[in-house]
Design a protein around this ligand. Structure first.
Ligand SMILES: C[S@@+](CC[C@H](N)C(=O)[O-])C[C@H]1O[C@@H](n2cnc3c(N)ncnc32)[C@H](O)[C@@H]1O
Length: 309
């Protein structure tokens, strides 16, 4: 019996193979992923093939597509196979060796923008920026903002800078270093919003993650390997007040199970706890906290001197 030859047959075959894979998260849309791979090989958009028609695909392209489907089923992240991901409307190039941007992080961007729209020239810091999707998206949306991204991953930062250049995003700077230490001191007390997709997977749970994560993303991008599983997250919270302006916001992207711990850190750091927010997909949660130094909280109670972001 001949193998799949038409767009429709290839899509069906790819979808079945991906659905049978135990190496990728179960919540992926397998048909759309198959369409993305086929579209990549044919040089068209996924929407052009999604309907699946009877057009016969030439043998070399069929082989290339089926090989990509097999690699995807074995766990390789889709953006690494196609070389890019569309994130908050930006077409970002992706390379092996760094954390792969997740569509779920678009929630962090949306939540940050809500806090920033009314600020004329806001300062934004994205700690643990990786290849910079959150920083790039905020900078692209708010051309008058000054956006900083920090990370210890030189390859991720190089990719972030390349994407900024390719997309013509000039109001973003990427600095290598340990979290806030990579920032210029003059930003102390000046930052309107800090965002952070900080590693939070307990190190002893990394093995339970699917192959697409544990085999393709460096451990230090997923978990704090310092011996204190909460070390990075605790620092992301406790050091934030030193950088935020009064009234500024800290937004941390986490999974649902981590929310109570991070909110505890927030309250311990003296930040005002604004809970955790998610969207219809509930793939990620954003813990939100506001820096209201003591005198300012008092001022708000008496109705004097408080301004909303
Ligand atoms: C979950 S990834 C998020 C990357 C990016 N924000 C994104 O959403 O695609 C966490 C990032 O934290 C970085 N990281 C780990 N330890 C760090 C540290 N001490 N200081 C700054 N960044 C760190 C990793 O290199 C990785 O890029």
């Amino acid at each position: 019996m001949p193998g799949p030859r038409t767009i429709a047959e290839l899509l069906d075959a790819g979808t079945r193979v991906l659905a049978d894979s135990s190496h990728i998260f179960e919540d992926h849309d397998n048909r759309y992923e198959a369409a993305e791979l086929l579209a990549h090989v044919l040089g068209v958009e996924p929407e052009d093939v999604l309907e699946g028609d009877d057009e016969i695909v030439e043998p070399r392209r069929r082989e290339r597509y089926l090989a990509l489907v097999a690699r995807r089923a074995a766990g390789e992240p889709l953006p690494m196979l196609t070389g890019h991901i569309v994130f908050y409307g930006l077409d970002l190039a992706v390379r092996y060796g760094s954390f792969v941007p997740r569509p779920s992080s678009e929630l962090t961007v949306a939540r940050a923008l809500r806090k920033l729209y009314r600020r004329a020239e806001p300062v934004v810091v994205d700690v643990c920026t990786g290849s910079g999707p959150i920083a790039l998206a905020i900078a692209a949306e708010l051309p008058t903002a000054q956006v900083w991204g920090t990370d210890i991953d030189a390859a991720g930062l190089a990719q972030a800078r390349r994407n900024a250049r390719t997309l013509g995003i000039a109001n973003v700077a990427f600095r290598r270093g340990d979290m806030y230490r990579a920032l210029p001191a003059r930003l102390r007390g000046m930052v309107d919003v800090i965002t952070g997709h900080v590693p939070y997977v307990p190190p002893d749970e990394v093995d339970d993650l699917p192959t697409e994560v544990k085999a393709f993303e460096p451990l230090y991008t997923l978990a704090d390997g310092s011996g204190d599983p909460w070390g990075l997250m605790r620092r992301a919270v406790s050091e934030a007040p030193g950088w935020l302006r009064p009234g500024g916001w800290l937004l941390l992207e986490v999974s649902e199970d981590v929310v109570p711990t991070v909110r505890r850190f927030v309250r311990r750091a003296g930040l005002e706890d604004h809970g955790a927010h998610t969207d219809a997909d509930a793939l990620s949660y954003v813990v939100e906290a506001r820096h209201l130094p003591r005198r300012r909280r008092g001022a708000r109670r008496t109705g004097r001197g408080a301004t909303a972001v």
